[in-house]
Structures are given as C-alpha cells and as structure tokens.
Design a protein around this ligand. Structure first.
Ligand code: GTQ
Ligand code: FE2
Length: 365
C-alpha cells in the first residue's frame, strides 16, 4: 500500500466542483423544500394600464408576419424578467384592430381566449370559425391551426392564457406558420355549439370525444344561465358560486394542463380562506371586490387581472350588498392532479379568514 495524503472534505468538494457533481447534503433544504416557496408573486395589473398599453400598441405596432399576434404578457416580477404570469401559465391581453388579421399558425402550447370585447371579430380553429362575443371562451388545443380576424371597424380585445412556460420547461415547443394568412373555413357557423352545446345530449351516431373538448367555444349566454341556476341552489364556502368549464363528454377540464372557471361572488359574500398547490390567473369580469392573498388585500374591478401563486392563502370578498361580482380564472390544477402533487387545506384561524396586513398598490415595485 502506498502512502497517500489523507483525503479532506475540502479536496472532495473541489473534486466534485471540477467533475460537475454536487452533494445533496449541502443543499437539501433548497432542493427538497418542506413546503412550496414559489418565486411567483401575488400581483395585480389594472384594466386601465392593460387597456392603455394595448390601445397604444394597436396604433404603433403592425401585425407583420413573424410577430403574428399583438399580445402583451403579464410579467410576474417573480419570474426573472420573463413574460410569464406564473411558472406554468402565460397570460396576455390581445388587441386586434378593426379589419385586421392575426395570421394562421399552430404550436404545441395550448391556448384559451376569454373575450372582453369581441366587436365583430372571429377566431378560426381547424376550419371551425366562431364569432367572438363578450364572455365567450374559445379553445385552441395543442397543434391546431388558428387565426383571428376582424370584420368590423372596431377593435377587439381579449385575454389569452397558454401553457407556454410549461411547454418551454419541458423542452417541447414547436411552432409552424400556415401557408395562408387565413385558413379555409370548413365548418358551419357555430357548428360545435350546435352539435355539442347541450352537454347532456350527444349525436347518437358518434362516440364521445375524450382527448379534447368537442366544443370549440363556450358561449356567454350558456355560462350566464348556468351561473344563475347554480346561484339559486348551491355555493361553496371557499369559492362561492363557482363553475368549471368542462369537456361535456368526460366531465374533465377543457385543457390537459389547465382548467378555467367562471365564478359569481354573490352580493355581500366573504369566502373562507384556503390554499392549494398550483397557480392561478384571474380576471375580474364584472363588478368589484377584493382578494386577500397571504395577508395582502388586492382590490379589483372589471378588467383587472391578478395572480395567486401556488400555496398562497387566499379568500374573496364582494363587499357590495346589491351587485354580484364575477371572476374568470385559469388554474393549473389538472397538471398537479395528473402528477399526484395536488394538495389543499383550509386556513386555520378562529373565523377561517386571514388578518389583512397590507394593501396592494398598482404601479409600485
Ligand atoms: O392568439 O395565437 O397570447 O400564439 C400568445 C401566443 C396568443 C394566439 C398569445 C399566441 C397567441
Ligand atoms: Fe397562437
């Protein structure tokens, strides 16, 4: 046996560094946290700021090939300068000028659009063209051709949510421009709504469509009716009158990696607080109220958009004794559930709610 210098932890550390190896024992808490500690921050973007920015972009920025969409992303300050609302969700406000076309393309990121003001615009997905009206939800599943256009003098504006951050994290992005500006329309107007829009009844000669929702669009009048019906009979202590948009043939979410909700906070409602894994993006659709996130009060009114990070404690308030408030939201819950990582718990306090310790102010930070 030859005599060697005794090994030291210092030498070992250096060897590991040279060999690009890292010991777990020096960073266990960082790598395997006891609980979620997201960098995504609770945040809010005001409708005034969103609209003003989009309107100015509408005047200044033309829709050239390559750009494709006049979409302005919510950039969460916890996402390191990236255009991501949360670590899994892209959320944006999109502006389409009158008589403009956002050219056809497809990508592996899946998208939903929630229409704020359709103003004579349309979206075509795989040959199925739907006209966009306020409150409509429009689906764009992965790798489906889609283009948007306007047939009026007025601008249209809507909210987009896509799983771009997740798609990029998974190193799975693909994108392809369509050879034509607008793809050919092959379906009858509102065909998917006419075929599948009464969810408990299905064309008898067809099998259920399970890999994605057979409905291309969820019309506001249907959502509104379901909300009013539900509000007359039932509500949830944490979310009040909340509806999840579903694939009518499976009862499951409309997208594989995220799901959408429309909820009504009845006049005077103050929900109980809870937290769960998974992140969410909200848009106040009607009325005004507040959401308390980890002790900070986020006041909102119609058009404001805000983010609730994973595991952040939250509760909703509609302080108005007369008018309901409506919230549209997108959650990555299906992803968490598919991976066996979904958890939730009620907030523990004497009244089940949080102490408010701060007020969020738009435009600071
Ligand atoms: O409308 O197709 O916000 O491709 C981001 C990427 C919207 C769209 C976005 C997109 C779209
Ligand atoms: Fe797209």
């Amino acid at each position: 046996m030859s005599t060697t210098h005794p090994d030291s932890t210092e030498q070992l550390r250096e060897a590991m560094q040279r060999r690009r190896l890292i010991p777990l024992w020096e960073m266990e808490a960082e790598i395997m946290g006891f609980r979620p500690n997201p960098t995504t921050q609770p945040w809010l973007w005001s409708w005034d700021d969103l609209y003003d920015t989009a309107e100015r972009a509408g005047h200044l920025v033309t829709m050239e090939r390559g750009g494709d969409r006049r979409a302005i992303a919510l950039a969460n300050p916890g996402q390191g300068g990236r255009p991501y609302a949360t670590s899994t969700l892209w959320a944006a406000v999109q502006w389409l000028n009158g008589h403009e076309i956002a050219p056809a393309h497809r990508h592996t990121s899946q998208a939903i659009r929630f229409i704020i003001d359709g103003a004579g615009s349309y979206s075509t997905v795989e040959g199925d063209r739907v006209h966009l009206g306020r409150g409509d939800l429009v689906l764009t599943p992965p790798w489906t051709w889609h283009d948007h256009g306007s047939e009026s003098d007025e601008r249209a504006i809507w909210m987009d949510v896509l799983d771009i951050p997740l798609n990029n994290f998974l190193d799975a992005p693909f994108f392809e421009p369509h050879p034509e500006q607008s793809q050919e329309v092959t379906a009858a107007p509102d065909e998917s709504v006419l075929k599948y829009g009464v969810g408990q009844l299905r064309p008898a000669w067809e099998a259920p469509i399970t890999d994605r929702s057979p409905l291309q669009t969820y019309k506001w009048r249907d959502t509104q009716r379901a909300l009013a019906n539900l509000a007359s009979v039932a509500s949830d202590p944490f979310d009040d009158v909340a509806l999840e948009y579903t694939n009518p043939h499976t009862g499951g979410p409309v997208m594989k990696t995220f799901t959408c909700w429309m909820q009504q906070l009845r006049p005077g409602t103050h929900t109980l607080a809870h937290r769960h894994t998974g992140s969410s993006v909200y848009m106040a659709f009607e009325g005004h109220g507040a959401t308390i996130i980890d002790g900070t009060r986020f006041q909102w009114s119609a058009g404001d958009m805000f983010v609730i990070p994973s595991w952040a404690t939250h509760e909703h308030v509609n302080g108005d004794p007369d008018a309901p408030a409506l919230l549209f939201s997108v959650h990555d819950t299906p992803l968490l559930k598919a991976l066996g990582k979904h958890r939730s718990e009620a907030h523990e306090s004497s009244n089940g709610r949080q102490q408010v310790t701060a007020e969020f102010v738009v435009g600071e930070g």
